[in-house]
Design a binder for this molecule. Structure first.
Ligand SMILES: NC(=O)c1ccc[n+]([C@@H]2O[C@H](COP(=O)([O-])OP(=O)(O)OC[C@H]3O[C@@H](n4cnc5c(N)ncnc54)[C@H](OP(=O)(O)O)[C@@H]3O)[C@@H](O)[C@H]2O)c1
Length: 283
């Protein structure tokens, strides 16, 4: 079997896919700046070698409009590839969700759909691991989640479920031409998330709702550029504007089991030590 190409394979989702392929004995090749197969979204001279000999690719695009445009260019030039599974975003292209924050993702999806490739697009909700592996972890550690999500809710998904769905999409060709929307089993507001994390960690964690512009100011004070801070505000505006308040059934459909609930995820994650307490295990 030709190795599956995993673009951004050292990433937090890509490495879960790699682990699943390992478990099934399926060969794969990681490609990123630090992989044995060097690959850089911003250096086109690395693209052809990465694709050579590959039939199927997993693509987790870089975030932000420039990165998404690079991924689109890559797809248009990916000669020799036959299949592509794209890790996209929540609600991209759905009616009523055409806010600017989705522009780059919508364009990338359009390029993929218009390509000669056999494609599957996976659109996950926000990852629960945002609170344990990404920047929201520091809010949990500080005991205060300070965001501008208002009273909006999101159906947070366990990144392991995302990895499992991506793996099946890579291996099962019957999903060709499908867009798989996946999420956790219920929506939670930020105060509900704070309650869940309080119970899981045994430490008080509160949610402080910021006015969107106060959120930007706080992020800039922490060192973000104004542009990046605006982008973070816009991301949370999707939740604040109640555009994410729905559950998607893709995990049940693809994996034949329910998506993992945030409560179970938080309880287990607390035992790993990422929020203090016992020494960290690999989450
Ligand atoms: N977080 C969420 O809630 C959420 C929800 C829905 C969708 N998503 C999507 O998920 C994707 C991110 O997935 P992730 O969290 O698994 O990624 P991640 O952990 O941030 O991984 C990034 C990977 O990209 C590689 N990389 C970084 N810069 C690169 C470059 N210039 N060229 C080539 N590779 C580069 C890194 O490896 P090297 O350092 O070796 O290059 C690393 O393997 C994004 O497209 C995002 O939109 C996220």
């Amino acid at each position: 079997m030709t190795p599956i190409l995993i673009l951004s394979g050292k990433g937090k989702t890509g490495r879960r896919v790699a682990a699943q392929l390992d478990a099934r004995g399926v060969p794969y090749r990681l490609a990123s700046r630090s992989s044995e197969q060097p690959f850089d979204w911003y250096d086109e001279s690395t693209w052809a070698d990465a694709v050579r000999g590959a039939d199927t690719a997993y693509l987790a695009p870089p975030v932000g409009p420039t990165g998404l445009a690079r991924a689109g260019k890559f797809v248009q030039q990916a000669k020799g590839l036959r299949r592509l599974v794209l890790l996209s975003g929540r609600g991209v292209g759905s009616p009523g969700r055409d806010v600017a924050v989705y522009d780059g993702s919508l364009e990338l999806e359009s390029v993929v759909r218009a390509s000669d490739l056999e494609w599957t697009i996976v659109q996950p909700a926000w990852f629960a691991q945002g609170f344990s592996e990404d920047f929201l972890r520091y809010h949990v550690l500080a005991g205060e989640i300070r965001l501008s999500a208002g009273t909006g809710a999101e159906a947070w998904i366990d990144r392991n479920d995302v990895g499992d769905v991506m793996t099946v999409a890579l291996l099962d060709e019957s999903y060709a031409g499908e867009t798989l929307a996946i999420s956790g089993p219920r929506t939670l507001t930020m105060p509900e998330i704070a309650d869940e994390l309080t119970k899981a960690t045994g430490r008080p964690i509160s949610y402080v709702d910021l006015d969107p512009e106060a959120h930007v100011a706080e992020l800039v004070e922490q060192g973000l550029t104004r542009e990046d801070a605006d982008a973070v505000r816009d991301l949370f505006a999707v939740i604040r504007n109640h555009r994410s308040e729905y559950v998607s059934d893709g995990v049940q459909k693809v994996l034949g089991r329910p998506a993992r609930d945030f409560t179970d995820w938080a309880r287990e994650t607390a035992t790993t030590g990422v929020w203090g307490g016992p020494p960290a295990l690999n989450n």
